[in-house]
Design a protein around this ligand. Structure first.
Ligand SMILES: Nc1ncnc2c1ncn2[C@@H]1O[C@H](COP(=O)(O)OP(=O)(O)OP(=O)(O)O)[C@@H](O)[C@H]1O
Length: 237
């Protein structure tokens, strides 16, 4: 496997508090890897650590061989990693289109931005129809689509997604998951996906890792995990 994103023996948290205790993980080029685990396991912290939003105490995070340790999110985005966090992931008072423009801020006056907006809106017809509508007036599902669409505006090769389907109806969640799979397949973007709904994540993931108490307790192909009951996966029961 060609690892595009690598975590090696990572200890990280917030200030002095340590949440991840020795996490090593590799995301392969163009693959979807799901990070599963119970509440408070450190899944979001893993994404925050990659994106320079947590304190990295020890270990190494690298992207295409470039060390990310100590870099700011703005530098990490420029290298090709994008993040759609779980909350506050769109600007509510901006329209759909304005959110996409803002999403491309690191590209300056790149003339390709306009065509990328059209291209990304074609991927999400549900929000294309609402391009002039303020984000705060979108449904939950539409808003999550916008968050993913916005994250694509930096043309990433790695996309970090934190519970993109949280709070969505089963139907809206399934639609979004299909879009995420489509993004991987048509754009070759590698995706690290944190998801509460294990079955749904395993549907689209190639690989999965289970994080419990800040440590990866199990890792393997998504298929390997499908037959294991969640309690056993998370709590070893
Ligand atoms: N910004 C922060 N400052 C201090 N502690 C934090 C911060 N964010 C998270 N934590 C703590 O870190 C631990 C791990 O939280 P994290 O959000 O990474 O877990 P998670 O696996 O994503 O959980 P969930 O599934 O509930 O979202 C928790 O104990 C949480 O209280």
């Amino acid at each position: 496997m060609v690892g595009v994103l690598r975590l090696v023996d990572v200890y990280s948290g917030y200030g002095k508090m340590e949440v991840l205790h020795g996490v090593s993980f590799e995301l392969g080029k163009g693959e979807i890897a799901a990070v599963l685990g119970p509440n408070g396991a450190g899944k979001t912290t893993m994404l925050n650590t990659i994106f320079g939003l947590a304190t990295l105490h020890r270990g190494e995070v690298s992207f295409n061989g470039v060390k990310l340790n100590g870099r700011k999110p703005s530098e990490i985005v420029k290298l090709g990693v994008s993040y759609a966090p779980q909350l506050d992931n769109v600007f509510p008072n901006l329209t759909v289109e304005e959110n996409l423009v803002v999403g491309a801020f690191i590209r300056g006056k790149d003339p390709g931005i306009r065509s990328d907006i059209e291209d990304i809106l074609d991927l999400f017809p549900e929000i294309k129809r609402r391009r002039n509508q303020k984000a705060k007036t979108l449904s939950g599902g539409e808003r999550q689509m916008l968050a993913v669409a916005r994250a694509l505006m930096t043309r990433p090769s790695v996309l970090l997604l934190d519970e993109p389907t949280s709070g969505l109806s089963p139907k809206a969640g399934a639609t979004l998951m299909n879009k995420i799979k489509e993004i991987q397949q048509t754009r070759g973007v590698a995706i690290l996906l944190v998801e509460q709904n294990v079955a749904r994540a395993l549907e689209i993931a190639d690989r999965a890792a289970v994080l419990v108490g800040g440590k990866i307790v199990r890792e393997g192909s998504a298929d390997e995990f499908k037959s294991i009951p969640i309690e056993r996966l998370f709590f070893g029961k």
